[in-house]
Ligand binder design. Structure first.
Ligand code: MD3
Ligand code: FE
Length: 217
């Protein structure tokens, strides 16, 4: 029982936990950069504000989204896609900060995916009650690359299922600073987020923000 294996000795919580083949939870991995991450998100959302997009089926998502990087994920009545242009502004998405790229690359390498070079970062904002239904991420061309997610603010119950929608999902509580890497056989797993419970967070008031780094092309 050493500091190498357990970085939170008090709670006896392992610093890294393999959730499944290809899926690695790095607890608190982004905590040292929390203030820089939040400042960068503020700068990005000043250029490309959070917005609640519509699915092709005409439903408005409860999660508000924006993007940074060369490509951004968008959805509207015509479908889901990656686009270099923010449809709200007609401008390119804000650049991906070097800190974001480096954190994502470092986390991916920790999980065994060396050389991860994300070209897209989707930023999700959950307010109390917001949720994400079970889905697969399959709009990316390069399924060989993992997805890296960083959770900030209020904790959420994350649902991690199997390759079939009907596979019963496991539940994980993702907290401020937690990073998860999803690659290999976990890359096409169904996943979702339970409705966000209200609460207080010292740094982000009554919200959860999730960053997902992707290699879209
Ligand atoms: C497992 N976001 O943006 S991040 C999404 O917390 C999305 O906002 C959730 O699902 C959120 O698409 C979950 C964790 C995540 C992201 C991608 C995955 C888990 C994944 C891809 C495959 C398997
Ligand atoms: Fe997803």
């Amino acid at each position: 029982m050493t500091a190498d294996l357990f970085d939170n000795i008090d709670a006896m919580v392992p610093a890294r936990e393999q959730l499944a083949e290809g899926a690695m939870l790095l607890r608190g991995f982004a905590r040292p950069q929390q203030h820089e991450l939040l400042a960068a998100i503020d700068a990005i959302t000043a250029q490309a504000p959070f917005r609640r997009m519509f699915t092709p089926g005409g439903h408005q998502m409860s999660v508000a989204m924006t993007n940074c990087g060369n490509l951004g994920w968008v959805t509207d009545r015509s479908g889901y896609r990656y686009d270099a242009i923010d449809p709200e502004s007609g401008q390119l998405w804000p650049a991906m900060p070097a800190l974001f790229r480096e954190l994502a690359e470092h986390a991916a390498a920790e999980a065994g995916f060396g050389g991860f070079a994300p070209d897209a970062c989707l930023i999700n904002r959950y307010e109390p009650g917001a949720k994400m239904s079970l889905h697969q991420d399959r709009d990316e061309r390069n399924m060989g690359a993992p997805i890296v997610s960083i959770s900030l603010g209020l904790p959420a119950i994350f649902l991690f299922g199997g390759l079939k929608r009907s596979d019963k999902p496991q539940r994980y509580r993702l907290q401020h600073g937690d990073v998860v890497v999803w690659g290999g056989p976990a890359r096409l797993a169904f996943h979702g987020v339970m409705p966000l419970a209200d609460g207080e967070h010292g740094l982000i008031d009554r919200k959860r923000i999730n960053l997902t780094f992707r290699r879209a092309r």
